[in-house]
Design a protein around this ligand. Sequence first.
Ligand code: FE2
Ligand code: FE2
Length: 239
Amino acid sequence: MNSLDKNILDQYDYARDPVLQEHLAPYDRACLHDMMAYGRGINRFGLRFVAHQNRVAKDGANLLRALGYSDKAAHNFRAAMLFHDIGKMNAVYDPQIWTLPDRPTAEQKALQKKHAALGADMWADHASTIAELNAHPHFAVRYAVTKYHHERVDGTGPEKLNAEDLPVFVQVSCIVDAYDGDRIKRPHQPKRRTPSEALKRMAGIDDTQTKSEQKYIGAFDPDLLKRYTEMKQNEPDYS
Ligand SMILES: [Fe+2]
Ligand SMILES: [Fe+2]
């Protein structure tokens, strides 16, 4: 992971790259369609699934711009993040696991957590017979945000990577994904967290946190989280 070039997001243009347009864009369109349809007739999870991926892709691209990354880099990141949760529609899952009426059991939670690694495997499968795609920097970006978007800089994520192993754009994927996840109202919560509540919780400075809610203490790079917080505070619906 550490071997990923710092400028990897500037090495190509997803919208114009011939290899990506031939070997990935058609797959992406089909994949988006499958994601929208996921859970149709069961729980319609696909609509929320795609909406979440859209929000975090946009948010992450905006944070990268705020950090001084180019527009091209931000667009390339967005094209990768739009599919970061692809593993949630892996065949091992019953779609209902994503819309449980109560808190997941330990077993359900462990299975849910596998979606990042399963998603990365799905990308690896897709690229396995296409050498040009496999060697393309966008494939490395996409694989990284899919597999590592639940990592924590203190090494407590599923793959136990820490700050030194996680490039900035992957750390961005972790922050925007955690924020959006915390803003989604869960059945066991009386109300949805406000943006400021979610950000305080992510920074580990919310006094009202119960022990089980202290999961973000040490999880994110403080400077990166500060930049993200400033960005969110400037949004019109911030409260
Ligand atoms: Fe995820
Ligand atoms: Fe996600």
